[in-house]
Design a protein around this ligand. Structure first.
Ligand code: NDP
Length: 329
């Protein structure tokens, strides 16, 4: 099995030196075991947090060990009745070409016409995150004006479309003109290119003169300050991610205008999508229906080959992806 190991803990933005490609021989299959060849793996911003040696909602990655993450693979040898050769499985054993398992932690993909890798994106964790943040955290209402940051990414692009289908007015923020055009093609009402805006608070006020009722927070920092300045009374903020701070080497100061929480009587709540997984079936049914009706679209940015996985991961912090960042193995 070829595997990407953590060579060292990144200081600031990760670099290629923080990763090594290792070839590890796999033993013969025992009774009850299967050999899986991964076909797709996911790289996600949260993995940066696991590279830090600290206590969090998942344990840190260890130096000299293979990284982990969402992956889709195919069973190529089987001594397990529930996983015959040819079955497709999703696992948290990404960052490697092959692995041996006994079925623990593996889920067979449902029979669908959807591409396998959609279960790492729109039909998987990022899609579920968008839906959870909007409905279960922000209590989205059709009359809401919603602001979504990192709006062209895996979570953001789905959140934009769900909010539009719900009847909301949607404002997205992205880091390039090309991404802005992509969002407009999805029906987003107004788009801010934050790299060109000299003052994000003013840019947002211009994009949403009626104010913001819901902020879907993926970025933090200046984005949060701009959102707080533009929130309407009793607005809700779903704190999904703070990607602008993941590579910070020093603790980042909080927003300077936190008093807006009081003045505008706002609610702000963070969440971890895995706590809501009991509702995945509800999400998958609804999203499956929207896809079948042609109401949602999704994009992928694909790097090819296990050796490209670190590049794909680092690319998340450089805005290299439109839609879901994936590695095809
Ligand atoms: P994306 O597909 O959105 O990829 C990351 C994007 O973030 C980049 O394409 C880039 O787009 C943008 N970005 C990177 N650095 C910055 C920066 N400094 N300032 C502003 N934007 C930046 O990733 P995901 O959809 O997988 O994740 C989006 C967010 O959701 C992340 O914060 C992630 O941690 C969080 N998340 C949280 C979960 C939870 O359970 N709470 C679950 C899943 C994700 P651009 O070119 O526009 O800058």
């Amino acid at each position: 099995s070829q595997q990407i190991h953590l060579a060292s803990r990144p200081a600031g933005t990760p670099t290629a030196d923080n990763f090594t490609l290792q070839t590890i021989p796999l033993p013969e299959l025992k009774e009850g075991e299967i050999l899986v060849k991964n076909t797709w793996m996911s790289v996600d911003p949260y993995m940066r947090g696991r590279m830090i040696d600290r206590k969090s909602y998942v344990p840190p990655f260890q130096i000299g060990e293979a990284l982990e993450g969402g992956a889709i693979g195919e069973v190529i040898q089987s001594n397990h009745p529930d996983f015959p050769v040819g079955s497709k499985v999703s696992s948290m054993l990404g960052w490697r070409t092959h692995y041996i398992g006994d079925g623990t932690g593996l889920t067979r993909l449902p029979e669908t016409t959807l591409p396998d890798q959609s279960f790492l994106g729109i039909m998987g964790m990022p899609g579920m995150t968008a839906w959870t943040g909007l409905f279960r955290i922000a209590d989205l209402q059709p009359s809401d004006t919603v602001f979504i940051s990192a709006a062209s990414g895996a979570v953001g692009s789905i959140a934009c479309q769900i909010a539009k289908m719900h009847g909301c007015t949607v404002i997205g923020s992205v880091g390039s003109q090309e991404k802005a055009e992509y969002l407009r093609s999805l029906g987003v009402d107004a788009v801010i290119n934050y790299k060109e805006a000299t003052n994000l608070t003013e840019a947002l006020a211009e994009a949403a003169p009626q104010g913001i009722d819901v902020y879907f927070e993926n970025v933090g920092g200046e984005h949060l300050e701009a959102a707080l300045n533009n929130m309407n009374d009793y607005g809700r903020i779903a704190v999904c991610g703070l990607i602008s701070q993941y590579n910070a080497t020093e603790p980042q100061p909080g927003p300077s205008n936190l008093s807006m929480l009081i003045i505008k009587k706002l609610k702000m709540q963070g969440f971890i999508v895995f706590d809501h997984w009991a509702h995945y079936g509800e999400y998958a049914n609804q999203m499956g229906q929207w896809i079948a009706e042609g109401k949602v679209k999704w994009e992928e940015t694909v790097f090819e080959g296990i050796e490209q996985a670190p590049r794909a991961f680092i690319g998340l912090f450089e805005g290299k992806n439109k839609g879901k960042m994936l590695v095809k193995l």
